[in-house]
Write a protein that binds this ligand. Structure first.
Ligand SMILES: [Zn+2]
Length: 294
């Protein structure tokens, strides 16, 4: 039986835990556990509504003192994505799938562009947490983390149009958003008329023989000034596809990924296979019961 991922159980005594016993948010913080067994026992006997673990490692986790390092986290909440094609009020199958698609895109960039390897994806119940434990980022302060997030999400308009490096990254994020626009979004600098014209002309975007997007004809249809408004608006939107406050917070606590049988277990699990994860299949109590029987 292995209910907690290895990246959670390793040096567990250096982490701070928090619990929600009444369903109103974490009210019991500064908890620590010497080992995995003690934590499991606590979860089984207290069956908290939700359990949380710090992204930080401390020499004194009980007092949140003598900070050593923290995971780097990208938090994608399906409900808070400013562009999503479903238009639902909360979360649904469509926006959860789009959050997963975005997580895959970010993970590809973390691996391909930054060379990071120790990356875990966790389904949070409302979206996804990308949790990075590479040495390269764990010792860094908030400012550095903010810069990494800006790069990964494509939060700056590129300074040139040469289809290489960051310009390609930005164009990929841009085109993805263009094809997810419903027309009902509220995006600073992009009015309803422009949204309508973007939708009308998006099929004019093509790929060249190298797989890079060709935006020239689309830009011509929209008009250069309004195209610039689009780029500025999308750059801002890109940054808010993830919750930046989480990425820069060195002492944040996040939902504990676990399939242990408690109320929390149906909400938060590690995604082992990125290609065919289905939250509706894996993160329900039935699955937990099946696992228990094995
Ligand atoms: Zn939805």
């Amino acid at each position: 039986m292995n209910d907690l991922p290895d990246f959670i159980t390793e040096n567990i005594y250096k982490r701070e835990f928090g619990f929600d016993h009444y369903g109103q948010g974490p009210n019991d913080r500064y908890k620590t556990f010497l080992n995995e067994r003690n934590l499991k026992k606590f979860l089984r006997t207290k069956t908290p509504f939700a359990a949380y673990i710090s992204v930080a490692f401390y020499n004194e986790p009980r007092h949140r003192q003598d900070w050593q390092k923290s995971e780097f986290v990208i938090d994608i909440d399906a409900k808070d994505m400013p562009i999503r094609s479903c238009g639902c009020d909360n979360v649904c199958e469509i926006c959860l799938n789009e959050a997963l698609e975005l997580a895959r895109i970010y993970i590809d960039t973390l691996k391909g562009d930054l060379g990071l390897k120790n990356i875990h994806l966790v389904y949070s119940g409302r979206g996804y947490h990308i949790r990075v434990l590479d040495k390269f980022v764990m010792g860094e302060e908030s400012e550095f983390r903010g810069e990494v997030l800006k790069y990964i999400t494509g939060a700056d308009v590129p300074t040139n149009e040469i289809p290489l490096g960051y310009t390609n990254l930005f164009n990929n994020r841009l085109v993805r958003n263009i094809f997810h626009i419903t027309g009902k979004e509220k995006i600073e600098g992009i009015n309803t008329k422009l949204l309508k014209d973007i939708k009308k002309n998006r099929d004019k975007i093509e790929k060249d023989e190298n797989g890079n997007y060709q935006l020239g004809i689309f830009k011509g249809e929209i008009g250069p000034r309004r195209y610039k408004n689009l780029l500025d608006g999308i750059a801002r939107v890109n940054l808010s596809m993830a919750d930046g406050k989480v990425s820069i917070d060195l002492k944040r606590i996040l939902r504990l990924p676990s399939s242990l049988h408690s109320k929390v277990s149906m909400k938060c699990v590690e995604v082992k296979n990125l290609d065919n994860f289905d939250p509706f299949k894996y993160a329900v109590p039935k699955f937990v019961e099946e696992r228990k029987d094995n």
